[in-house]
Design a protein around this ligand. Structure first.
Ligand SMILES: Nc1nc2c(c(=O)[nH]1)N[C@H]1C(S)=C(S)[C@@H](COP(=O)(O)OP(=O)(O)OC[C@H]3O[C@@H](n4cnc5c(=O)[nH]c(N)nc54)[C@H](O)[C@@H]3O)O[C@H]1N2
Ligand SMILES: Nc1nc2c(c(=O)[nH]1)N[C@H]1C(S)=C(S)[C@@H](COP(=O)(O)OP(=O)(O)OC[C@H]3O[C@@H](n4cnc5c(=O)[nH]c(N)nc54)[C@H](O)[C@@H]3O)O[C@H]1N2
Ligand code: SF4
Ligand SMILES: [Mo]
Length: 753
């Protein structure tokens, strides 16, 4: 399709990973497709950078399994299209019945956003509060909650590294060449590799693309990072390499840490993790001697054995050298919203699992449905998430969904999860409504990015905000006349009068807090610049932020007396041509976010675990399941399940199983041959690719494959293997339930041709 003239570039963001790089796109003549993409130079963080995936965004927007009508499951399991009025009234009636009979706490909410699509989460609250939903979760509770919890207990908040300036950068179970995780990753890693004054350390059993560029690659045995890190910390302690001056001023608990690590047997650690003691010691010295160190831990350890302990140990490797709150080290970011808060908030009702950041651990959700316990979940609302595919043990998830009294999925496509639901409600895509970036962790300047839609939504779909407001209305939570009243105030008294009216109303009728986001969408939203209605919820978030962070917002150039500052911030981000700097701080400001201005070094439960490491004999495999599978690797063409059309992949079409050539030879597996891979949970057929990058005994499958997509005849065909047909809810971290996806014991057999 011919492109429009060269000057018709629109500014938006890539939605394929959480960075949401600024991207400029050119649309086709008829305005229905993205035909060209380039980096957005005006974006303050991505600054024109894009990875290989962004040029394929049209596959997200124009997908053959796009849903254009609400769907209802028939008794025989097939689906029929129904109109919106029917869908809303039936869904509201069924959820309302669960609430009235069993209580709103029996309705579970999952999702609310992914790598993008963050604003719907704010509107979801309208339905949740109306129904009295108490338990919820999302994908963060299968990867980051352990890290959040540890960071919260040590630093009072989430830490991010200043990789751009770090003298020593460490990637722990993280392959930023493919997965990014910080802006301009490939450019930054190349810079680290080139600069002789900087040291790039990669800890990964696999020789990844990032490891290729590393000064030090520690090819740890899969699942054994705890011993490696304990050995590094023990070296720092036993060789007395700590920054005592810094620690005495900024931290507490050093004596307890020393007490435990002075007894750690470094030779035993070395033997267990597969890295020479001499290398452990020299790496520890390099880290301890550096002027600045930044560490990025990710799924290789967060979805692995001892994951919470590893989140603690890796922090000790750098905090003992004082690598916090100065350039090139770590910081607690300051942004809109409070992402990364790691407070423990009670326990889940059936399994009694620890709730961190308000999220029930993902591994217990099916158990909390499939239970006779009086408090088991009886209904589920799933929005902008695909848990049947993305959470452990897909078979158990399907069973759980089918046993619910009612289940509702809000998505743009007929996904694996939608196909298990009673009702599927179709939403606008992220390019058909205003959307915003929420994983923005920059420092000392942080930004926010709200972007307008690129396309008009097709008939039959609604913004999530509208869906939630209709549900709230049907449930009787929206007082008649309230919208008209607020719209009238907006017309006659402008934004300032509206502000006063809203706050007066909320003070008088606190129950209206429940529907506040939806009300903003229906009132303020309609007065926003073209297409920006979905950004209305940000108004409240901006006011909240302005109350706590006035100085940093003013330093970023926003002005306004009293509550005018919140409006100035809101208008600034709504009208910005790209992402906008919303916060400027000094490194010293970070200490205001650390409770008591002092880092807590000694977490008792974690130190007790360190003591036990010496006695523990690691044994991940067995004769039945002799290999360890890394289930869900990030590759050049994976993007969770955001891209459903397999044609978007330029290579690795089927998502091959990578295996070391010697292992392959022993199993009689040649390049491109088929293999059967089995676990205690299930079995799958995969295509084999030989890779010298893999250690013996360690194999890997990509994430996001095993999706059904209509072929040329409209028949569903599956590409690749869905890793969670193999994984188990039982193999999970003892503290926070994050799954051990990166060391799943498996058996591999050649399939006779
Ligand atoms: N291309 C692409 N990028 C993405 C995504 C995507 O789907 N595709 N998804 C995004 C999301 S949601 C996330 S959370 C991030 C995840 O980003 P990453 O965590 O970087 O991704 P993974 O490839 O899952 O795992 C990282 C590394 O862990 C290693 N590993 C396996 N076992 C072990 C072990 O025992 N110890 C150690 N130290 N390492 C081990 C693997 O070999 C792999 O290189 O990526 C984001 N970016
Ligand atoms: N075995 C294994 N499993 C894994 C991983 C692994 O490494 N190994 N990685 C895990 C990780 S880190 C993550 S983050 C999860 C991700 O898993 P999920 O959180 O389930 O996320 P996505 O696959 O990104 O699915 C997002 C859903 O949102 C829908 N969507 C897209 N745009 C919109 C929109 O505008 N509105 C609505 N309502 N819906 C929309 C998409 O169609 C899709 O169904 O996967 C996890 N699963
Ligand atoms: S790094 Fe992430 S957001 Fe940026 S272009 Fe690549 S996939 Fe898109
Ligand atoms: Mo993730």
């Amino acid at each position: 399709m011919a492109a429009k003239s060269d000057d018709n570039w629109k500014s938006t963001a890539c939605v394929l990973c959480a960075l949401n790089c600024g991207v400029k796109v050119q649309l086709s003549e008829d305005g229905s497709e993205i035909v060209r993409t380039k980096g957005d130079d005006q974006h303050p963080a991505s600054a024109g950078y894009l990875c290989n995936k962004a040029s394929r965004l049209n596959y997200y927007q124009n997908s053959a399994d796009r849903l254009l009508s609400p769907m209802r499951r028939r008794a025989d399991g097939s689906y029929e299209a129904i109109d919106w009025d029917t869908a809303i009234s039936e869904v509201a009636a069924k959820l309302g019945a669960v609430r009235d009979t069993w209580g709103g706490d029996k309705i579970f909410y999952y999702g609310g956003g992914g790598q993008g699509n963050h604003l719907p989460g704010a509107y979801g609250r309208t339905t949740l509060a109306t129904l009295g939903v108490r338990y919820r979760s999302n994908a963060l509770a299968q990867e980051k909650t352990g890290e959040f919890w540890v960071a919260h207990r040590m630093f009072g908040g989430y830490n991010h590294g200043d990789f751009e300036h770090a003298q020593v950068a460490i990637f722990l179970g993280k392959n930023p060449w493919q997965s990014h995780g910080f802006h301009r990753a490939r450019a930054e890693i190349r810079e680290m590799a080139k600069n002789p004054d900087r040291t790039l350390i990669v800890i990964d059993p696999k020789r990844t693309e990032t490891a290729d560029l590393a000064d030090i690659h520690l090819a740890v045995k899969p699942g054994r990072d705890a011993w490696l890190l304990a050995g590094i910390v023990a070296t720092i302690v036993q060789e007395d390499l700590q920054n005592h001056a810094w620690l005495s001023e900024h931290a507490e608990g050093l004596a307890d840490v020393i007490e435990v690590f002075k007894d750690v047997d470094i030779a035993d650690c070395a033997a267990k993790c597969g890295i020479d003691e001499a290398v452990i010691r020299s790496t520890a010295r390099t880290i301890a001697a550096a002027e600045s160190v930044a560490v990025f831990e990710d799924l290789g350890v967060q979805m692995n054995r001892h994951s919470t302990l590893v989140s603690y140990l890796q922090r000790l490797t750098w905090i003992l050298g004082g690598n916090f709150a100065h350039p090139g080290t770590h910081y607690t970011p300051n942004g809109l919203g409070n992402l990364g808060a790691g407070k423990e908030e009670g326990r889940s009702p059936v399994a009694g699992a620890r709730i961190i950041a308000g999220l029930v651990p993902c591994n217990v959700i099916p158990d909390e449905v499939l239970s006779d316990h009086p408090d088991h979940y009886r209904a589920m609302i799933i929005e902008s998430g695909n848990p049947v595919h993305s959470l452990p043990e897909s078979p158990r998830w399907r069973e759980a969904m089918r046993s619910l009294d009612v289940s509702v999925v809000i998505d743009i496509a007929m996904t694996e999860t939608a196909r298990e639901a009673d009702y599927v409600l179709p939403a606008t895509t992220q390019y058909e409504k205003a959307e915003a970036t929420f994983f923005n962790f920059e420092f000392p300047e942080n930004y926010f990015h709200v972007r307008p839609p690129l396309f008009t939504a097709p008939d039959g779909v609604l913004d999530e905000a509208e869906i939630h407001m209709r549900l709230a209305s049907a449930l009787g939570a929206v007082p008649p006349g309230i919208e008209d009243e607020l719209n009238e105030v907006l017309r006659s008294a402008g934004r300032e009068g509206f502000r006063e009216a809203v706050f007066a109303k909320l003070a008088e009728h606190p129950e209206l807090f429940a529907i506040a986001p939806g009300l903003l969408y229906r009132t303020l939203g309609k007065t926003l610049p073209d297409g920006m209605q979905n950004a209305a919820a940000l108004w409240a978030i901006c006011h909240q932020h302005a109350m706590g962070s006035r100085a940093s917002i003013e330093a970023a150039g926003f002005t306004g007396e009293g509550m005018d500052l919140g409006d100035a911030l809101f208008d600034g981000i709504i009208n910005g041509p790209s992402a906008v700097i919303i916060s400027k701080e000094d490194w010293a400001d970070i200490w205001h976010r650390v409770p008591g201005g002092s880092v807590n070094l000694a977490l008792e439960d974690m130190l007790a675990d360190v003591r036990r490491l010496g006695e523990e004999t690691p044994a991940e495999t067995s004769s039945d399941f002799p290999f360890l599978l890394s289930a869900g690797e990030r590759r050049a063409f994976t993007a969770n399940t955001i891209m459903r059309n397999p044609e978007w992949r330029k290579k690795d079409a089927d998502g091959a199983l990578y295996i070391n050539p010697e292992d392959a030879a022993r199993l009689n597996l040649g390049e491109g041959s088929s293999a059967r891979i089995s676990t205690q949970v299930g079995a799958l057929n995969v295509i084999v690719e030989l890779s010298e990058r893999m250690q013996a005994g360690h194999v890997s499958l990509p994430n996001g494959l095993g999706l059904d997509y209509p072929d040329a005849d409209g028949k569903l065909a599956m590409t690749g293997a869905a890793p969670n047909e193999l994984t188990s809810n039982a193999l999970a971290d003892e503290y926070v339930g994050t799954p051990w996806h990166k060391s799943v014991p498996v058996r591999i057999e050649a399939i006779e041709a």
